[in-house]
Design a protein around this ligand. Structure first.
Ligand code: NAD
Length: 382
């Protein structure tokens, strides 16, 4: 049976941010080929131009995602999956449309505006027996997989505390509004109509939630939070205290107004037998401290790391891999699942974030905002 996996993209025109990152990352896997797209809804010029640059058949560059889903769903050689890289407000309708046309989905996070929408997508994917991945990209790093394996093997014992953060500084100017000038919502992440009920927590806090869950397997039972809007419609900073199902606590902080920070996702996982510490900006290394011993720094690709996680390495140790490879690892697993699905084989074992992770993410975002609105009351997540 063919090993070729055809995909189409919705969003990601030439001027967009994350679509290009997806395309480059997918390019690491020679089995996956871009054959269709609807790269922009607001500008057909940009849409067609992007199709030309990507050397697509013009007949498969569609004016709307609805046309694309319908036509690709009918073709013998239609796309196996769609990659959705549009702003948050559109995810639900686009994902639903492709599922209804029998096409697997890989969607950007946060999955949807509401928990009900996210659950509807999960239900539909299950009903149609289709794969649904959510692009929690940081779980694609080799060292994320190594940490996950180490926790599962008991290297740090029982997890008793987690401390994680994701600070950025790029919206710091919003703290200095110019007198007489209206608030700028030109950045869609700040606009509730496009971003949803949250900016900072939805954009980067949700990465913390998923990343910690991926590594530890812990589920958040309840949380309390404060968010700071600094006069803006949506949050720019949040502090969150969580309680996991094993009784341990975690403290999360995310910010877009932390001067001197870029994409400084960092996690510290403390167990009763040791700890792990990892930073996104130095992703090939993890600091491991077994109880009673000196800390040590592990890197990917060396014999002392387990085969399973280390097998995701694409370059010899010492050559930095980075975010593109992390995205690529998710797609490599997703494409393998698509092929397995086509061959009637099980798909559960492939390592990419699922629609349920997307549902959990939306629940997390809503719980944080609800808690903050209610004087930081505890909010249960079921
Ligand atoms: N996983 C990550 O690390 C990560 C990083 C960045 C962004 N994101 C997510 O990716 C998504 C896109 O973010 P971005 O920064 O690339 O946004 P962007 O504004 O740069 O790009 C959005 C693209 O979607 C297109 N678009 C919008 N509506 C469309 C429609 N109906 N049909 C076809 N195309 C449409 C726009 O023309 C544009 O090309 C967001 O949900 C964001 O949260 C995730």
């Amino acid at each position: 049976m063919s090993q070729l996996v055809r995909y189409g993209m919705v969003g990601g025109d030439e001027g967009a941010f994350i679509g290009k990152v997806h395309r480059r990352a997918i390019g690491f896997d020679e089995r996956i080929q871009l054959v269709a797209g609807c790269f922009s809804a607001s500008s057909q010029e940009k849409n067609k131009k992007t199709g030309q640059v990507l050397r697509l058949d013009p007949a498969r560059v569609y004016d709307t995602y609805q046309d694309m889903a319908r036509e690709e769903g009918k073709r013998e050689d239609g796309i196996d999956f769609v990659s959705i890289v549009t702003p948050n407000v559109t995810h639900f309708d686009i994902a639903k449309t492709f599922l209804e046309n029998g096409i697997h989905v890989m969607c950007e996070k946060p999955l949807t505006f509401t928990v009900e929408q996210a659950e509807e997508l999960a239900h539909l994917a299950q009903q149609k027996n289709l794969l649904f991945g959510v692009n929690y990209s940081y779980t694609g790093y080799v060292l994320a997989k190594v940490m996950r394996e180490m926790v599962a093997e008991g290297k740090i014992g029982k997890v008793i505390s987690v401390n994680a953060e994701y600070p950025q500084e790029w919206l710091l100017d919003d703290l200095h509004p110019v007198e007489g000038q209206e608030l700028s919502l030109s950045v869609w992440r700040k606009n509730p109509e496009i971003a949803g009920i949250s900016n900072c927590v939805g954009d980067i806090g949700s990465h913390i939630e998923n990343f910690v869950h991926y590594i530890t397997g812990l589920k958040i039972k309840r949380l309390l939070a404060t968010v700071n809007r600094f006069g803006q419609p949506l949050d720019l900073n949040a502090n969150i205290l969580v309680e996991y199902d094993n009784g341990a606590n975690g403290a999360y902080w995310c910010s877009q107004v932390a001067a001197g920070t870029l994409n400084a996702l960092a996690v510290r996982i403390y167990g009763d037998e040791g700890s792990l510490e990892w930073q996104q900006e130095n992703p090939d290394y993890v600091r491991y401290t077994p109880r009673g011993e000196a800390p040590r720094t592990l890197t990917r690709g060396n014999g002392y790391l387990k085969e399973k996680a280390a097998a995701f390495s694409q370059l010899p140790t010492g050559h930095p891999e980075g975010l593109h490879v992390a995205f690529g690892n998710l797609y490599q697993q997703f494409a393998s699942a698509v092929i397995a699905h086509r061959e009637g084989q099980p798909t559960d074992g492939f390592d990419f974030p699922r629609v349920q992770d997307g549902v959990n993410g939306v629940k997390f975002i809503h719980a944080v905002i609800n808690s903050a609105k209610n004087d930081s009351a505890w909010v249960h997540i079921n």
